[in-house]
Design a protein around this ligand. Structure first.
Ligand code: FMN
Length: 387
């Protein structure tokens, strides 16, 4: 068993153990991948302010997100096809999150269904919905989420059409994969993945197949999005979806102050400053660069969270110190899942929590709510480089 000390270690194992098609699906951004790269590069430009001779005993990373107690303010973001990274991946990730004490979000585009996950956890999880034209489907899927006890709805507002990811087209991404000679050759070295996959019946989009009529190719993410996603989405429609749910709502995919104002005015309980991990508008600014402006605009009206680019506890600290009340992680836990299944997700969370705790201590802080701008050293003009 290799010694895992960082998210980068998990990423290396993920790459080695998971079919190329699915590793590439996770490890890509749209078009030139500029935004994908800058999400992590921009975090790296921010430095931490070392302080000494401050009592660092009795520390805690505990906090709340949407009023819910969390072991650290880090939720698992919705990630499509998690059950292709590893058999029953959504169930494994949800279990790891529950045991660790952080929220899990199930994607509409998951392999395990809402019911599959609900049967395997005991605490409520969150459900993510895309903005689709088909209200009949929307209503039914929200009824299912409610029946499964989901405690909040994440509405993803930055994907009315799919930002092209070149690798997915080149690899012919589908769930389950089509057994071309290239896929078979790749699988020859990914035997663990194959054996586990043969042992589960969950190999299709569990929230879609059998729940919708007339998806031309329900195995293809790209064709489903092209057919069903609502390109006419506006704020009235977002409000309609929020009302259709009637419970707590998180709007994910906000990257401008004006949109944040609209989200707060529409009644979102939380917003996620996000560029979808660099998978949608290539050329958009990194989330961390946009965060302070958005916190300034709406931080007193709604909870502001951030995702896109978090690969360490230091990154979490930076986002919190810039005013985020919490963060979501996508790839960081997917690497863990692809590397080692449920224990890998736990390992990813442990790594991040340890890094967060140690970095807080060395900044002279003991509690999440004490983190602030004084913990950071930021290049001059960093937030005003682009206007
Ligand atoms: C492989 C993959 C699949 C994703 N699928 C979804 C999805 O189904 N729904 C959604 O709202 N966001 C989806 N996202 C975006 C994540 O929720 C999140 O915004 C993003 O991963 C954050 O960036 P990070 O991976 O750098 O942490 C996906 C991201 C990845 C990497």
């Amino acid at each position: 068993m290799p010694v895992i000390t960082s998210i980068a270690d998990l990423k290396r194992l993920h790459k080695r153990r998971t079919p190329k098609m699915f590793y590439d699906y996770a490890e890509s951004g749209s078009y030139t991948e500029q935004t994908f790269r800058e999400n992590t590069e921009d975090f790296a430009q921010i430095r931490l302010n070392q302080r000494i001779a401050r009592d660092m005993t009795g520390r805690s990373t505990k906090s709340t997100m949407l009023g819910q107690d969390v072991a650290m303010p880090v939720a698992l973001a919705p990630v499509g096809m998690t059950g292709m990274q590893r058999a029953d991946g959504e169930i494994k990730a949800a279990r790891a999150a529950e045991k660790f004490g952080v929220p899990y979000t199930l994607s509409t585009m998951s392999i395990c269904s809402i019911e599959d996950v609900a049967e395997n956890v005991s605490q409520p999880f969150w459900f993510q919905i895309y903005t689709l034209t088909d209200d009949d489907y929307n209503k039914r899927v929200l009824d299912r989420a409610r029946a499964a006890g989901c405690s909040a709805l994440v509405i993803t507002v930055d994907l009315q059409l799919l930002g092209q990811r070149h690798k997915d087209l080149k690899n012919g991404l589908t769930a389950p994969p089509k057994f071309t000679p290239a896929v078979l050759a790749d699988l020859a070295t990914k035997w663990r993945w194959g054996i586990e996959m043969l042992q589960t019946k969950r190999r299709f989009f569990g929230n879609i197949v059998g729940h919708v009529e007339s998806a031309a190719d329900p195995a293809s993410l790209a064709s489903w999005t092209a057919e069903k996603f609502d390109q006419s989405l506006n704020w009235d429609r977002i409000k309609q979806l929020m009302d259709m749910w009637g419970g707590k709502v998180i709007l994910k995919g906000i990257l401008s102050e004006e949109d944040a104002e609209m989200a707060a005015a529409t009644g979102a309980d939380a917003i996620v400053v996000s560029n979808h991990g660099g998978r949608q508008l290539d050329g958009a600014l990194s989330s961390i660069r946009m965060l302070p402006k958005i916190v300034n605009a709406v931080g007193d009206k709604t909870e502001v969270w951030l995702d896109s680019g978090i690969r360490s506890g230091q990154d979490v600290l930076k986002a919190l110190a810039l005013g985020a009340k919490g963060v979501m992680i996508g790839r960081a836990y997917v690497y863990g899942l692809g590397a080692m299944g449920e224990p890998g997700v736990t390992k990813a969370l442990e790594v991040i929590q340890k890094e967060l705790d140690t970095s807080m201590a060395l900044c002279g802080k003991r509690r999440i709510e004490d983190l602030g701008r004084d913990d950071l050293l930021i290049p001059n003009g960093f937030f005003d480089t682009y206007s």
